[in-house]
Design a protein around this ligand. Structure first.
Ligand code: DX5
Ligand code: ZN
Length: 216
């Protein structure tokens, strides 16, 4: 299991140091939650902040765009150093154009589904993306409870990807902790995002090690 700590739960006054800390603690990716106060009822940070913290680690930057018009900002996030740009199938941008734009910047593209959106919503685009993100909370805030029923979407997405002869990563985001990660793993998750479980732990390294250990 790959673990992607969500910087949404870090101390924003020292985001560079917090990023470095996650690298040293054994994180696989750095998950960056971008919110625009329109697609979700919360505002976080944008591309300039990501650019500032980019030099603090060589780990992949997994940028989760919870914004209404991702197409408009692909250039900015690409230039800021994103390795994955993941956006929502429920957004207002043209989905195919957004995926193509991401790929034109040599970045991997991912599509996310909110809890109320069926897995089938991503099927028309699966042949074009490298990652599918299944949300296990309503996007907008860290620290919410895991909605287990969403995990069923992973098997559906993986079956469709297999049918298309396409290898994609499935990521789970929301409420992942030592009580829930085994369920996501058994459901087929390849990458788990964890904010609260890693940042609020006394020892982030132990927390990440433990999450990985629970997926064996
Ligand atoms: C929610 C974000 C998540 C969130 C995860 O909108 O996409 O990445 O920060 O936080 P936890 O792990 O605390 O649920
Ligand atoms: Zn996220």
């Amino acid at each position: 299991m790959l673990i992607a700590p969500s910087m949404l739960s870090c101390d924003f006054s020292k985001m560079g140091a917090e990023t470095e800390k996650m690298d040293k603690a054994g994180a696989d990716w750095i998950h960056l939650d971008v919110m625009d106060g329109h697609f979700v009822p919360n505002i976080t940070f944008g591309a300039p902040v990501i650019k500032w913290i980019r030099p603090f680690t060589k780990l992949p930057f997994d940028v989760h765009l919870m914004i209404s018009d991702p197409l408009k900002y692909v250039d900015d996030f690409a230039d800021a150093g994103a390795d994955y740009i993941v956006f929502h199938v429920e957004c207002e941008s043209d989905i195919e154009k957004t995926i193509d734009k991401i790929h034109s910047k040599n970045i991997k593209a991912g599509l996310a589904v909110k809890p109320k959106t069926p897995a089938e919503a991503v099927f028309p685009y699966l042949h074009k993306v490298e990652l599918a993100l299944v949300m296990t909370v309503e996007p907008g805030f860290g620290g919410q409870s895991y909605m287990a029923e969403n995990i069923e979407k992973i098997a559906k997405i993986k079956a469709e990807a297999k049918r298309l002869g396409k290898d994609i990563l499935c990521q789970v985001d929301g409420g992942i902790n030592d009580k829930t990660i085994a369920h996501a793993y058994q459901g087929g998750a390849d990458v788990c995002v964890a904010g609260t479980a890693v940042f609020k732990a006394e020892d982030s390294r132990k927390a990440i090690d433990n999450l990985k250990e629970l997926c064996k």
